[in-house]
Design a protein around this ligand. Structure first.
Ligand SMILES: Cc1cc2nc3c(=O)[nH]c(=O)nc-3n(C[C@H](O)[C@H](O)[C@H](O)COP(=O)(O)O)c2cc1C
Length: 381
């Protein structure tokens, strides 16, 4: 891949200039301190990701309210006390020459670490049923997204990303599977879009017009009775009208992993790119990011040339090989180390509450990482 290729051409996002089209897509690895603070492990990891040469690093989902926390080791931004740690995080990323946004999230039914889960409608979680969120809780959640976004700005990030993907609270409101409300927030698509749009409007009004607000966008839940582009394109258009900085298009949900068909689809190269294309055709003025097993620079270049997306998102792909961008540019001559579609080791680690690493890292690197966290290779699986 030559340096003149489209991948290495700059790209503007609302007053910022990305030096190339490579972005790090958010990737939760369980590196935060037990109280949700930025840890040395977090700093080392993002220093490496920013040093990879990716133009934009989107920091993993960061909890915006105590009722929405996924795990003890999830980063948090629900209180001012997290600002100094997050400032340090923004600084190490900037020092490596990358632009950085931080993703804010409320996990809703997947808030496993929250004493009381907030969900749009009652849903079974393990042995218990959750309660329908009250109107006060809805208002409080909207305000909490905005307060979190303000902290992201204060911490020195270049922008904030709202997590509207992966079946978390925002998607739970949008999806007819999980939103059974009969008030203004449920029923018609217009009503189901009310919460996501209220969050976007409140965030935008709080951070100001000069601070970009991106959106992780679920185009399709990949389950038959879930969200599909027939509906989600309308949300994309509403977000475009409101000045969203970009849409980072994804698909899938935790429930989709129960379907063999989805598990096979998810292994394929660029498996979410066609959704990015659909959203791009609906929201023509908005920059579109696509992620999902973009294994080679050739695939990335083709996606950009065909106009399917404007930017490439690499998550596990970059974790498996942080030299991906430099190898793509020809600055490093070895071949790219591929994330193995049949592996899921990083997900197994995060779901068992352990800091994740990549099974493709060479042995010395795995050992050094495990030493840092007080484990050995033998007990690492
Ligand atoms: C372990 C793991 C953690 C993830 N964490 C996040 C996250 O915090 N926020 C988010 O929007 N997506 C998250 N994703 C989805 C990724 O951003 C990305 O869309 C997906 O992994 C496909 O890209 P890849 O094949 O390069 O990994 C996560 C995925 C994995 C496997």
């Amino acid at each position: 891949m030559v340096a003149e290729s489209l991948i290495f051409s700059p790209f503007p996002i609302q007053g910022l200039t990305l030096k190339n089209r490579i972005t790090m897509a958010p990737l939760y690895l369980g590196y935060a301190h037990n109280d949700g603070g930025v840890s040395p492990l977090t700093l080392d990891h993002y220093t490496e990701m920013a040093g990879s040469g990716a133009a934009l690093v989107v920091v993993e989902h960061t909890m915006m309210h105590p009722s929405g926390i996924a795990t003890p080791n999830s980063l948090r931004v629900d209180d001012d006390r997290y600002i100094p740690g997050l400032s340090e995080l923004a600084r190490v990323i900037h020092d490596k020459g990358a632009i950085t946004f931080l993703q804010i999230n409320h996990c809703g039914r997947y808030a496993f670490f929250a004493p009381e889960k907030w969900t749009p409608s009652p849903i079974r979680v393990g042995e218990t049923m959750t309660k329908e969120m009250t109107r006060e809780q809805i208002d409080w959640a909207v305000q909490s997204y905005a307060a979190a976004a303000k902290r992201v700005r204060e911490a020195g990030f270049d922008g904030v990303e709202i997590h509207g993907g992966m079946a978390y609270l925002i998607v739970q409101f949008l999806s007819p599977r999980t939103n059974l409300r009969t008030d203004l927030y449920g029923g018609s698509l217009k009503n189901r879009m009310r919460f996501p749009l209220a969050v976007f409007d409140a965030v935008k009004a709080t951070v100001g017009d000069d601070f970009p607000v991106g959106y992780r966008f679920s185009a399709d839940e990949e389950v038959p009775d879930g969200l599909h582009p027939e509906e989600t394109v309308f949300l994309a258009q509403e977000l475009e009208k409101r000045g969203v900085a970009y849409l980072s298009v994804m698909a899938g949900s935790y429930d989709a992993y129960n379907l063999m068909e989805y598990r096979e689809k998810e292994k394929k190269e660029a498996h979410m790119a066609h959704y990015a294309g659909e959203i791009k055709r609906a929201a023509t003025k908005t920059p579109i990011i696509t992620a999902g097993r973009i294994k080679t620079p050739e695939t990335a270049e083709r996606i950009l040339r065909e106009g399917t997306a404007d930017l490439i998102g690499l998550a596990r792909v970059l974790l498996a090989d942080p030299l991906w961008p430099k190898k793509a540019k020809g600055e490093v001559s070895e071949s790219i180390i591929q994330c193995d579609p049949n592996c899921s080791f990083c997900m197994k680690r995060t779901s068992s509450g352990k800091p994740a690493f990549c099974a493709r890292w060479e042995k010395g690197r795995r050992q050094a990482f495990l030493e840092k966290i007080g484990e050995t290779l033998e007990d690492s699986v």
